[in-house]
Ligand binder design. Structure first.
Ligand code: CS2
Length: 502
């Protein structure tokens, strides 16, 4: 029998029948909420992380002005999932033993710029909006090989042209990139209310706030006549750095069936998360913000040690397990970390290569942090796939692994475990690009914004040299190191036989 779909009405009927202990509803009345936060990139991660914290903060303080307008740049699918549900969706928390379900109501509206650019720009500009958060993934920032904004890319250039029009009048051309949408929203805000704003980057980038501030400044510098906007941004817009952490796998039919069993309703917008959730936020806001500290977030003046530890311990071992695990045929991260050979390797990566590059964040025991991370990976109920974590390696490797490599080389050490991890990526790229990577019975394609160039570089007789030559991925100091190149080549030889040179 098909279940009714989750919506404000069906949820009210459901609660009237009484809820089991494993199910809870929104912490605030969604109908009472007005929008105070715009989120760019409303994928599963935002819904399982910041949207939950914003709702808890509103509930803890009795505020009704922290509803969220969620924006999806990629496709209208999320709009079609959430709108018919009045913005309500479930977060299935997959504990090692049992799951719980929480219905979240903080997302008050969803927009797809292909259809709703005007509304998004108006909402970014509205003086009642105080915070813009972003989770647009590493590749969403559109950085070129030099780390600056890729203003020459046609879609970025189109958004910059629209930002130029926006200087004098409303421009409703559908935005093509998230970064372009943000720039246009800032221009409209400057031209209309001029109210201060805080833009909070929640992606896995080193110094994410400073990086985003730099991209915005460069974008505005490329817009003829935008000097006043740039000066206003420098004076009135803040870009705090943050470290965000929660493992959020892609939602599967099994998750949907489990949630339907708990909820008694069908939820097209369901997301899944592990029990763990952490958010460390730089205390640098231009105006009001949700009281996220009441929802478990840590506010600090220096996010860098937290961010670096998370990227270099959690994300680095995650990616390593993804590449090497997929090559060994493991479908999930939990299976990969259960392999003694891979578990030993990622421990060595942390202990020998990463630890010497870290300063422990306040009150953090890094060895305990490492153990906790590996324990989280081992939760079989998360169902996070190796192939999901493996995607976009060209964007992830520099932040997760190559900073460690560069630091160790600068200290005169050869990071052998990190070289092994990089070799795993090389082997993965080569096998996936050649159509030879089969995981759990399915052939896996290379999913990466640089896929054609990676495939070409990896196909030749010297895949390590070919890939190391890509400056978008490997910094000069890493690529130029002969001991590192030799270590990667040797690790790759142990992984798979190299093609023989004629
Ligand atoms: C993962 C991250 O997909 C990936 O690349 O490493 O999304 C990871 O699950 C999160 O950063 C955990 O906070």
């Amino acid at each position: 029998m098909s279940l009714p779909r989750l919506s404000a009405d069906t949820w009210a009927q459901r609660t009237a029948r009484g809820l089991p202990d494993t199910v809870r509803g929104p912490a605030v009345d969604p109908r009472a909420l007005t929008v105070g936060q715009v989120h760019l990139g409303i994928g599963a991660f935002h819904r399982a992380h910041q949207a939950v914290c914003t709702e808890d903060a509103a509930a803890a303080t009795g505020r009704t002005d922290w509803g969220i307008l969620g924006v999806t740049q990629r496709s209208p699918r999320v709009v079609d999932q959430l709108r018919p549900q009045d913005g309500l969706y479930g977060v299935l928390t997959a504990g090692a033993q049992a799951s719980t379900l929480r219905v979240v109501g903080s997302v008050r509206d969803v927009a797809f710029p292909g259809r709703d650019t005007a509304r998004v720009l108006d909402t970014i500009a509205a003086p009642t909006t105080h915070v813009v958060t972003l989770t647009v993934t590493e590749k969403g920032y559109r950085r070129a090989a030099d780390g600056g904004i890729d203003a020459a890319a046609p879609d970025v250039a189109a958004d910059l042209a629209a930002a130029a029009v926006e200087l004098t009048r409303d421009d409703e051309t559908p935005s093509r990139t998230a970064i372009g949408l943000l720039l246009r929203g800032l221009v409209r805000r400057h031209r209309t209310s001029g109210a201060p704003l805080t833009v909070v980057c929640c992606d896995n980038l080193t110094d994410n706030g400073a990086v985003l501030a730099g991209l915005v400044a460069q974008g505005l510098a490329a817009v003829h006549g935008a000097q006043d906007v740039a000066a206003w941004v420098a004076a009135s817009v803040r870009f705090p750095s943050t470290m965000v952490d929660r493992i959020v796998p892609a939602t599967t039919d099994a998750h949907r069936a489990e949630a339907a069993g708990l909820l008694g309703l069908h939820d097209e917008a369901l997301v899944v998360g592990e029990p763990f959730l952490q958010w460390v936020v730089e205390d640098d806001f231009a105006g009001p913000r949700p009281a996220w500290e009441r929802a478990g977030a840590t506010f600090t003046h220096d996010v860098a040690p937290y961010e670096r530890a998370k990227l270099r311990v959690l994300n680095a071992t995650h990616s390593t397990l993804a590449y090497l695990g997929a090559l060994r045929g493991y479908a999930t991260i939990a299976e990969a970390v259960a392999d003694p050979h891979l578990a030993t390797l990622v421990r060595a990566l942390v202990d020998e290569d990463v630890m010497p590059t870290l300063v422990a964040p306040d009150g953090t025991d890094l060895a305990a942090y490492r153990d906790e991370v590996l324990h989280r990976f081992a939760n079989p109920r998360t169902g996070h796939t190796t192939v999901q974590v493996a995607m976009d390696g060209s964007q992830k490797l520099p932040v997760r692994l190559l900073g460690t490599v560069a630091d160790r080389l600068a200290a005169g050490a050869v990071p052998h475990a990190a070289a092994h991890a990089v070799a795993g990526w090389v082997a993965y790229v080569r096998a996936a690009a050649a159509g030879e990577l089969v995981v759990a019975g399915r052939t896996v394609a290379l999913d990466d914004p640089l896929a054609p160039r990676l495939a070409e570089a990896a196909a030749g007789p010297d895949p390590v040299g070919g890939l190391l030559a890509l400056r978008e991925v490997f910094p000069e100091a890493v690529a130029a190191s002969t001991p590192f190149r030799d270590a990667v080549t040797s690790a790759l030889r142990d992984l798979t036989p190299l093609p023989t040179t004629p």
